[in-house]
Ligand binder design. Structure first.
Ligand code: SF4
Length: 420
């Protein structure tokens, strides 16, 4: 350690213990990186953090930083103790959109790393909670340089603030046998269409798209996105009875009964006397449990498509909300299918932009105005398959309500007469 290095006894403590420490990572940048500028930034960052721990106060404040033509994508951070720690006095974070499905070549990862070490602190989060690559710690001037450089080879800033946010999609059809749709194409089609709304925050609040290829929902889209696209199938699931026999041989009958048949939430599975796995497909709710336990024997059917759920979000005002199924099943094969998907997203965002209150997520607006009004607003017919909990219907038929009530009163009157 050199004389100019800040003493960090409290941070040093954080390096103890079994897990990798972010402090060790920053120290590596301070001590081992060949660029003196990067060493200095890491040193002052550690100095400010130690100072924060000593005084139990945070010293980062926000502000406004952007690159030309953009209104969002950068989280500004200015230090209130910049005079003492000048190298990290401006420490902005750039949110950069990852490729759909998070597929990178190692070359492009190196290129991103080099660009960031040239213009920033060297600290990166792959990926943050928002789905973005978080490049943490650039000065105001270097923010523009870094953006120009990575934009040249195809990367763009993500969303921050009240706008369409960076989308996320699971690893999908390229590597997962449960996939029911082209996740990357859905992701790219939607996000490319809403590029303006990503870069210019003009909505009531954030709006997120997430795409999962099956009901396992690896992207948590049902609970973390306003517009969730989940792959599913509507014909019968495929059962390979030979593979079932293999599982019976290796795992045993009791294992299959306890871990597959008994755990189907809708009792749609049974094991016949001659040890065939029978599926009652009309009652299967595509929860994916049996397919996950017996991946060699069970797979999605051939008639694949997606379900669309709207209104999921984390806590905020009215507590966590799961998305509600607005489109129970939709094919996504032709250009027209994709156009319909984009149209639905546009209708949803337009209606919410007009009717949502400031700082109100789409799901919160639906709770406030009612699902039926929302559906009318986006031009979608009410359908009993639009559910927000499995096995429940969100709707009650009211058209012959009075006649049914009359019948009930008659029946009650007859029963009491009979009892008398
Ligand atoms: Fe049952 Fe789920 Fe398997 Fe369907 S996918 S049969 S609901 S366990």
């Amino acid at each position: 350690m050199t004389d100019e290095q800040h003493k960090t006894p409290m941070l040093d403590d954080l390096e103890q213990g079994p897990w990798p420490s972010f402090i060790s990572g920053i120290k590596r940048l301070r001590d081992q990186h060949p660029d003196k500028r990067v060493n200095g930034v890491a040193n002052d960052l550690l100095g400010q953090l130690e100072h924060s721990y000593e005084t139990r106060k945070g010293y980062w404040k926000g502000g406004t930083v952007s690159v030309y033509g953009y209104g969002s994508g950068i989280i500004p951070r200015f230090s209130e103790v910049g005079a003492t720690f000048p190298a990290s006095r401006e420490f902005h974070t750039l949110r950069v959109q990852p490729p759909a499905g998070n597929y990178y070549t190692t070359d492009i990862l190196r290129q991103l790393g080099s660009s960031w070490e040239r213009w920033g602190s060297g600290l990166v989060t792959f990926h943050g909670q928002t789905g973005n690559i978080m490049f943490i710690g650039a000065s105001t001037e270097n923010t523009q340089h870094f953006f120009d450089e990575i934009n040249d080879y195809g990367f763009d800033l993500g969303g921050a603030g009240p706008c369409v946010r960076t989308g996320m999609s699971c690893v999908g059809a390229a590597r997962c046998e449960q996939s029911n749709t082209d996740e990357m194409r859905v992701h790219r089609t939607l996000l490319n269409n809403f590029t303006d709304d990503v870069h210019r925050p003009a909505l009531p609040y954030k709006f997120k798209f997430k795409v999962s290829g099956c009901g396992n929902d690896c992207m948590n889209s049902i609970e973390r996105s306003d517009f969730s696209i989940i792959g599913t199938w509507r014909d019968d699931m495929k059962v390979d009875q030979e593979a079932i026999a293999g599982y019976l041989k290796t795992k045993g009958r009791q294992y299959l009964i306890d871990n597959v048949v008994a755990r189907c939430p809708t009792n749609a599975l049974s094991l016949s006397d001659d040890d065939e796995l029978l599926v009652d497909d009309r009652n299967c709710v595509r929860c994916m449990h049996c397919l996950n336990v017996l991946p060699k024997a069970l797979s999605p059917g051939d008639d694949k498509g997606v379900s669309i759920l709207i209104g999921g979000k984390r806590t905020l005002k009215i507590g966590d909300l799961m998305g509600t199924i607005i489109v129970p099943f939709m094919k996504l094969e032709t250009e027209e299918d994709y156009e319909r998907l984009v149209e639905l997203a546009e209708e949803t965002i337009d209606f919410w932009a007009e009717n949502g209150l400031e700082h109100e997520r789409c799901g919160e607006m639906i709770e406030r105005i009612g699902l039926v009004n929302f559906l009318e607003g986006i031009g979608v017919e009410v359908d009993p398959n639009m559910i927000n909990e499995p096995r429940t219907s969100s709707y009650v038929r009211m058209d012959d309500w009075e006649e049914e009530a009359e019948k009930w009163f008659h029946r009650k009157a007859e029963e009491s007469q009979a009892a008398a």
